[in-house]
Design a protein around this ligand. Structure first.
Ligand code: PMP
Length: 321
């Protein structure tokens, strides 16, 4: 935190922090995977690029270079002795100075948090797909906030959507954009499969351009699948053969039903399975063609006690962004 390795209980900020009042922060959710060579961070450079772009969208001056942040992320993995699959949260926010909206004299604080984390949805839902409900709240339009930035305050929209889905007894929400086209999940992008063709939307549907989304687009192209990027309507979804969400937290997860209607044939999602299979091999370090997507954390063999003292379950209960 702010350049130091700090024990979990000491990683605190003041209640007058600007970000606490106005959501003025930017962040990244990143995964590290266990491989035969040691823990590898998936697409760290892409995450850091987006982090820098999110800061620029809000004119937040970041105090660290991408290179420094990259090294710091590795250090946090090492200090916590995270050999297995884990999740990394990188966050910069405006700290304490005054409560004004415009003074711009708040310090930029930065923290990197990491903890062990496996798959988000349990085995059943990973295999058979999740239940989704379309949220009555629309996704904020890109003319209202820079939706391609990953900024803290923007997640109030995700919170409303996720809360709504849970109340409907569903696993996850789907947000429409201001025109009624499909936007995305609270922390996921969406893909449809129709007649063997993969379809997804882009930033013109007010989505965050996900790194998993971009990875899936590359995988699909390399597999020779045809891909179309265009607006998606709810009707496209209801008539799709398959649908799946992508995101760092969910990775790739099939959508079984939306608002109680089955998508395609339950349990039959060959294209999703094919892409998911390649993705899992890549993140496990088994596909040499994609090695450049993995950053090896040098020697996690430090014998100091981990600075991560709390039960992982306490921080894994919620969907992470
Ligand atoms: N949309 C939103 C709103 C998100 O928060 C996320 C998670 N970062 C995604 C999409 C998926 O992005 P990524 O694949 O980079 O995690």
């Amino acid at each position: 935190m702010n350049g130091q390795l700090v024990a979990w209980e000491n990683a605190t900020t003041h209640v007058s922090a600007h970000a606490l009042h106005y959501g003025t922060g930017i962040f990244e959710g990143i995964r590290s995977y266990e491989t035969a060579h040691g823990p590898c961070i998936f697409r760290l450079d892409a995450h850091l690029n987006r982090f820098v772009e999110s800061a620029a969208a809000y004119e937040m001056p970041l105090p660290y270079s991408q290179q420094t942040l990259s090294e710091a992320v590795c250090q946090v993995i090492k200090a916590n002795l995270l050999q297995g699959n884990s999740y990394i949260r990188l966050l910069s926010w405006y700290g304490s100075h005054d409560m004004g909206i415009t003074s711009r004299r708040w310090p930029v604080e930065t923290a990197i948090i990491a903890w062990p984390w496996g798959i988000l949805f349990g085995d059943d839902r990973s295999r058979y797909g999740i239940r989704v409900s379309i949220c009555p709240w629309r996704k904020i339009h890109f003319s209202m906030l820079p939706t391609s930035a990953k900024a803290c305050g923007q997640y109030l929209s995700s919170l409303l959507a996720a809360q709504y889905a849970l109340k409907q007894g569903c696993d996850e929400a789907l947000l429409l954009d201001a025109s009624g086209n499909i936007a995305e999940g609270p922390a996921e992008n969406i893909f449809l499969v129709k007649d063997g063709r993969l379809v997804t939307n882009d930033e013109s549907s007010s989505i965050l351009l996900g790194i998993t989304r971009e990875s899936v687009l590359s995988i699909a192209q390399n597999l020779g699948l045809s891909v179309e990027v265009r607006h998606l309507t709810p009707e496209d979804l209801f008539h799709a053969d398959e649908a799946f969400f992508t995101g760092t937290a969910v990775e790739i997860v099939s959508i079984r039903e939306v608002d109680g209607k089955l998508i395609g044939t339950p349990g039959c999602h060959p294209v999703t399975d094919q892409i998911h299979g390649v993705f899992n091999r890549i993140t496990a370090g088994l596909d040499t063609a994609y090695r450049h997507w993995l950053k090896l954390v040098p020697a996690v063999e430090d014998s100091r006690a981990a600075v991560f003292p709390i039960e992982p379950a306490a921080v894994t209960a919620e969907t992470a962004g």
